[in-house]
Structures are given as structure tokens and as C-alpha cells.
Design a protein around this ligand. Structure first.
Ligand SMILES: [Zn+2]
Ligand SMILES: [Zn+2]
Length: 269
């Protein structure tokens, strides 16, 4: 499939983006020239009434995200393609989601991570790191995100982030039936799943089996899920990874008709 949307990338508002050229204007211009129709800006944020951010999230304020959304909406007509205001919100544990009603109200898209296990000092960890424990925890996070979060998109769903070497064996612990049931719930609740190019690059680099991911997305397609695509770019050159999303879509049988319906945004242009 030819990729013409990107609903996941970071600008310098995210402290992990060190490319000063990765501005919304530059990204919009580059991707419009490549024939894209829609992008969403998704910088990191944590906002919760009682759960304080960790050191890293302290530098990503809700006010910054809301101000960015105002900026995007104010300049919408000047961008050469549809630009949506989104975020990459996080989940500390099942039932604990880091985005506020004000964000839900103002942002076009709430994208939620249900597996940022690399944040060791913040996101719940398995008691002991084994494939079986990771499988249990990952599924618990996923189902909670699907059932309780109210997010629009789950980014890089069902991945053992930072426990890459455990991923294939973790997936071996989850049966097709269990996986299909969970994915079916995502379909039912209309939470889109993201094809994440950054994650697919890890497979190309040999950190896990590409086919483990094809299995997830094939079952997701069969379960009736909707999908979106994102590079998770942290610098301009990362946008070149986009074809990996198209390749995964093709192998999983995902077509244009299976993409998340963005028409409520594009019809405004
Ligand atoms: Zn992420
Ligand atoms: Zn990201």
C-alpha cells in the first residue's frame, strides 16, 4: 500500500526529538510534496490528577500540548495538507491513563501507548521478566486501554518495548484465540491500531521476527480492526521509514478500506 498519512511523529516539543528542523511547517511541506493527505502531530505528554509525572514526563506539560493544538488549529488553512493536533499519551498501569478531559476536548486525536515498558521508573513492570509474565502484563495493559481509556488510537500496540529479545517468545505465550478476542474488542470499540514504522525497523534490524508482527496485524485485520500509520519520527530522515508500514499492511491483508476514517477532519478543508 502506498503510505499517504502519518499520524505519529515528534517535534522538538518532545524532549527525545533533537532535530531542530523537525518543525510542523517543515514536516507538512516535506510530506505534502510526497503526496501525503493527512498528518497528526503527536508529542509526548503526561497529565493525571493524582499520579505525578516522572522526571522525564515533568518536561512534557499538558499546557504545552494544548498550546500546540491551538497553534495547529489557528494555522490549519495555511498548511499544504490536513494537520491534526494529537499527542502520544501514556498509561502507567492498567486503568491509569495520562490525559485530561481538557486534552480530550481540544485535541483531534488522543493516541495512547499501552506498552512503554522502557520507562522502568514509571510504567508497571513484570515482577520477573519472563515471556509468560510479559505476555500477561502486555495483554492486561492492552485490554484496559481498549476498554477503559477512551483513546482514539493505540500506538505500537502489543509490543514488549525495551524487552525486544523477549518479544517472539512472549507472542508464543498468547494463542490466536486469545489474541483475536482482544483485537475484536478493539474493533468493537473503534479504537484504531497503529502500524508503527519505527517498531518495524527493529524487526528489520533483527531485534525480533518480522513475522511475529505480521501475525498480530493479520489477526487484527480479520477481527475487523481499523488502522493508522505512523513513522514515530524523531528526526526528518525518519520519515523515509514510512514504506515499512505499507509493507506490513500488504502482508497482513490490510487495504485502504481498513484505514481509520479521518473524513470528519478532511471534509473541513
Ligand atoms: Zn511510544
Ligand atoms: Zn512516539
Amino acid at each position: 500500500m502506498k503510505v499517504d498519512i502519518d499520524t505519529h511523529f515528534h517535534t522538538p516539543l518532545s524532549k527525545c526529538c533533537h532535530d531542530p528542523a523537525a518543525t510542523i511547517e517543515n514536516i507538512a511541506a516535506i510530506l505534502a510534496a510526497r503526496g501525503y493527505r493527512l498528518i497528526a502531530v503527536t508529542d509526548h505528554v503526561w497529565s493525571h490528577p493524582t499520579v505525578a509525572p516522572n522526571e522525564w514526563y515533568r518536561r512534557h506539560s499538558e499546557s504545552g500540548t494544548l498550546a500546540q493544538a491551538d497553534y495547529i488549529h489557528a494555522h490549519a488553512a495555511e498548511f499544504p495538507l490536513t494537520v491534526l493536533a494529537g499527542c502520544e499519551a501514556d498509561m502507567q498501569a492498567p486503568g491509569v491513563f495520562g490525559f485530561s478531559p481538557a486534552m480530550r476536548e481540544k485535541l483531534d486525536l488522543i493516541m495512547l501507548s499501552s506498552d512503554h515498558f522502557q520507562l522502568r521508573d514509571f510504567v508497571e513492570q513484570p515482577a520477573e521478566v519472563t515471556p509468560k509474565n510479559l505476555a500477561k502484563l502486555m495483554m492486561k495493559f492492552f485490554l484496559s486501554a481498549v476498554r477503559e481509556s477512551g483513546a482514539d488510537i493505540l500506538t505500537h500496540p502489543l509490543y514488549t518495548n525495551s524487552y525486544d529479545e523477549f518479544f517472539d517468545r512472549t507472542m508464543d505465550c498468547i494463542s490466536d484465540a486469545e489474541l483475536s478476542d482482544a483485537l475484536g474488542e478493539a474493533a468493537e470499540r473503534k479504537i484504531a491500531l497503529e502500524l508503527n514504522a519505527g517498531l518495524f525497523r527493529a524487526a528489520v534490524q533483527g531485534r525480533y521476527q518480522w513475522d511475529s508482527m505480521v501475525r498480530i496485524f493479520t489477526l487484527a485485520k480479520q477481527a475487523g480492526c481499523k488502522f493508522t500509520m505512523g513513522t514515530d519520527a524523531h528526526k526528518l530522515s525518519d520519515f523515509d521509514l514510512a514504506p515499512l508500514c505499507g509493507k506490513m499492511a500488504d502482508q497482513a491483508g490490510i487495504t485502504e478500506a481498513d484505514l481509520y476514517d479521518f473524513s470528519r477532519f478532511t471534509s473541513k478543508r
